[in-house]
Design a protein around this ligand. Structure first.
Ligand code: PGA
Length: 258
């Protein structure tokens, strides 16, 4: 995977979930592009619903921003009612796909096997996969965090070869911290992200582990962004609720470098 000597450019992704119409999203992207100007030391992405991707990608043209989908299907085309392929997304100007978000795992029965196929299809079609992993509250309380990651990370990367040079991203999102206002402390996030990197190393080797960007997600906001980004090994953030308002997302995207 990705990675030999590649610099891990920090990445800030706003996951809009099922919020914002296409017109609202496009307006947001135009305003965000103006606010941020030519940022070149970090990457900033927004992930609208499928219906908003086209307009958002058009609005992002000529700005420093790019657009991610919130999901993707693994086949290129075929009789799969309701699904959208990586080929179709890439043709719209979409650059990345969030895969295996805990809400998809929980409400739509997404399995580690499905995640692996989606990661593979995205790589094959030139999309940057942003693969989400993380433990639930019960798992954390039972001391199973490491075990959960030791399952999810290798399973999600099952189709990727160690020598694959294509970039990919993993987002560590403890499920108990998503939309709850409970954030992992920056130190806990750092430590778990270190475990995630270890799992990547076991699965794909040391070079891949050094090259893969690992984000933190779960109640990220203007108040904790600088402390999170100051932690070694946290390469960016996946932001839900706080990405919906321009002011708070701009503040997050403009995090201060330690
Ligand atoms: P949150 O969501 O920032 O609202 O906690 C994060 C996510 O689900 O990606």
């Amino acid at each position: 995977m990705a990675h030999g000597g590649r610099k891990r450019v920090p990445l800030v992704v706003g996951n809009w979930k099922m919020f914002k119409t296409s017109a609202e999203g496009a307006r947001f992207v135009r305003e965000l592009g103006e606010e941020l100007g030519d940022v070149d030391d970090r990457e900033v992405m927004v992930a609208p619903a499928f219906t908003g991707l086209y307009e958002a990608a058009k609005a992002a043209e000529g700005t420093a921003l790019s657009v991610a989908a919130q999901d993707v299907f693994w086949e290129w085309e075929g009789p799969y009612t309701g699904e959208v392929s990586a080929t179709m997304l890439a043709a719209l100007g979409v650059k990345a796909a969030i895969i295996g978000h805990s809400e998809r795992r929980r409400y739509f029965g997404e399995t580690d096997e499905a995640v692996a196929k989606k990661v593979w299809a995205s790589l094959e079609q030139g999309l940057l996969p942003i693969m989400c992993v993380g433990e639930t509250e019960e798992e954390r309380e039972a001391g199973l965090t490491e075990e959960v990651l030791a399952r999810q990370v290798p399973a999600g990367l099952a189709s990727v070869q160690a020598q694959d040079e294509r970039p990919m991203v993993i987002a560590y999102e403890p499920v108990w911290a998503i939309g709850t206002g409970k954030t992992a402390t920056p130190e806990v996030a750092r430590d778990v992200i270190r475990q995630v990197r270890c799992q990547v190393e076991k699965t794909l080797g040391a070079e891949a582990a050094q090259g893969v960007r690992i984000l933190y997600g779960g109640s990220v906001g203007p108040d904790n962004i600088d402390r999170l980004m100051a932690q070694p090994g946290i390469d960016g953030v996946l932001v839900g609720g706080a990405s919906l308002q321009l002011g708070s997302f701009v503040r997050i995207a403009r995090y201060e470098k330690a």
